[in-house]
Each structure stands twice: as C-alpha cells, then as structure tokens.
Ligand binder design. Structure first.
Ligand code: ADP
Length: 148
C-alpha cells in the first residue's frame, strides 16, 4: 500500500490546526502510520527542502520551518500521494480551491500550513529522513469498509 509524508508546518501547529488537518486525512479513509511533534534545525530543514536550494525563497522557507514545532506524519492508502496533494490544495493558497486545506485555512504561500510529498519517490525519501526508525505496522479494522 502506498505511503506519503505529511508535515503540519509551524503556523499550522501554532494556529491549533493539528486536529482539523489530521481529521481530514482520517475521514477520507487513510491510515496514520507515523506521528511525531518535533523541532527541526536548519541543517535538517535544508536537507528536507534540498531540491529547492536554488530558489530565492529558500532561506525564508528554512527559517519558517525551524520557527516552531512541526507535526510529521506518515499516511497510507491507495493513491495517497496524489490524493493527499489534492486534499492539501495548490501551493499558493490564493489559488487553492475551497474545500482543500490550504484553500480553507491559509492565505499566503509562505504560511501555507502543510507539506505533502509530491511523488511516490519523494515520499520514500522523506519518510526515510523523518522516520529513520521506521513507522508503525498496523491495519485498520475498517479496511473492508473503505476498500472493495
Ligand atoms: P509544495 O509545498 O506545494 O510542494 P513547493 O515544493 O514548490 O510547493 O515549495 C515548497 C514550499 O516552499 C511551499 O509549500 C511554500 O511554503 C514555499 N514556497 C514556495 N514558493 C514560494 C514563494 N514563491 N515564496 C515563498 N515561499 C514559497
């Protein structure tokens, strides 16, 4: 079953949106396989966002991610990478559709509340980086009510 890495960014934690965000993934039917509240340092944030290191906003992005605790999660389910990105919405909240997390809960691109892996390959790398000791193997008893 496919997995994705989801992070509630410091603004989401500070604004008390952790429960709301987790609830959206839970209600969809995805399974939570890893969860931790963590402060990361700039070296770690730079590693997570290494692909964006040439972008003009990179320094600000790293400062944002290290500005407070984040909630790191692994969610599992059929097509969870692509569907997770749809639940999250477009990068810039001014373009995110209503009904998405960013569309409903954020205004600015530099305070867009949540991160989600953009491909199965990035998910694999990000889960390895954030959960080096692995995740929690369990199967929801609701599985047959969610999948045919
Ligand atoms: P996404 O998070 O939707 O995958 P990107 O990988 O392109 O988007 O960018 C990573 C993060 O960098 C964004 O979620 C956002 O927090 C920040 N970011 C992207 N573009 C900008 C920008 N033009 N100005 C400020 N921050 C940005």
């Amino acid at each position: 079953m496919e997995q994705t890495f989801i992070m509630i960014k410091p603004d989401g934690v500070q604004r008390g949106l952790v429960g709301e965000i987790i609830s959206r993934f839970e209600k969809k039917g995805f399974s939570l396989k890893g969860l931790k509240l963590i402060n990361v340092d700039s070296a770690f944030a730079e590693k997570h966002y290494a692909d964006l290191s040439a972008k003009p906003f990179f320094h600000g992005l790293v400062e944002y991610i290290i500005s407070g605790p984040v909630v790191a999660m692994v969610w599992e389910g059929k097509n969870v990478v692509v569907t997770g990105r749809k639940i999250i919405g477009a990068t810039n909240p001014s373009e995110s559709a209503p009904g998405t997390i960013r569309g409903d809960l954020a205004i600015e691109i530099g305070r867009n509340v949540i991160h989600g892996s953009d491909s199965v390959e990035s998910a694999r790398k990000e889960i390895g980086l954030w959960f080096p000791d692995g995740t929690v193997p369990w199967k929801s008893s609701l599985h047959p009510w969610i999948y045919e």
